[in-house]
Design a protein around this ligand. Structure first.
Ligand code: ADP
Ligand code: MG
Length: 140
């Protein structure tokens, strides 16, 4: 057992369709515990800061606009191998390529509006969790 924490975001396409509960059930059914959660409406500055690693990508400005187009739910998931476990539950970036039964396959609308974000490494998870949460907000 390697207990880890990872940052998850339920994206605006999913909050718009009222899918927060259905998506949270996927995490819980797969052994991840939501140890922090808040619904926020990101500013463009926040989105640009969060996705700074992608600032050179062609889709960067569209992505930041999309992430500000409605409320998101930012959350910290904890469990065995949480980073990789969550990536498996989420499915591939492009819903068209995602495995059956994954969040992105079942709920994603497009490669951009793909319903969820999940950290891709423990290092990035720590940075991303710190971007949205203080230590006292994490209740394991
Ligand atoms: P992931 O979210 O699977 O880790 P990336 O980190 O590569 O994927 O990309 C971050 C986000 O940028 C994706 O979740 C998606 O919303 C968006 N994105 C990625 N690739 C594209 C693309 N080719 N066109 C539009 N949006 C994209
Ligand atoms: Mg990524």
């Amino acid at each position: 057992m390697t207990i880890q924490r990872t940052l998850s975001i339920i994206k605006p396409d999913a909050t718009r369709r009222n899918l927060t509960g259905k998506i949270n059930a996927r995490f819980e059914e797969n052994g991840l515990r939501i140890i922090a959660q808040k619904r926020i409406h990101m500013s463009l500055k926040q989105a640009e800061g969060f996705y700074a690693v992608h600032s050179e990508r062609a889709f960067f400005s569209d992505l930041c606009e999309f992430m500000c187009s409605g409320p998101v739910v930012v959350q910290v998931l904890e469990g065995d191998n949480a980073v990789a476990t969550n990536r498996t539950i989420m499915g591939a970036t492009n819903p068209a390529n995602a495995d059956e039964g994954t969040i992105r396959k079942d709920f994603g609308e497009s490669i951009e509006a793909n319903s969820v974000h999940g950290s891709d490494s423990t290092e990035n998870a720590a940075t991303e969790i710190g971007f949205f949460f203080s230590q006292t907000e994490l209740v394991g």
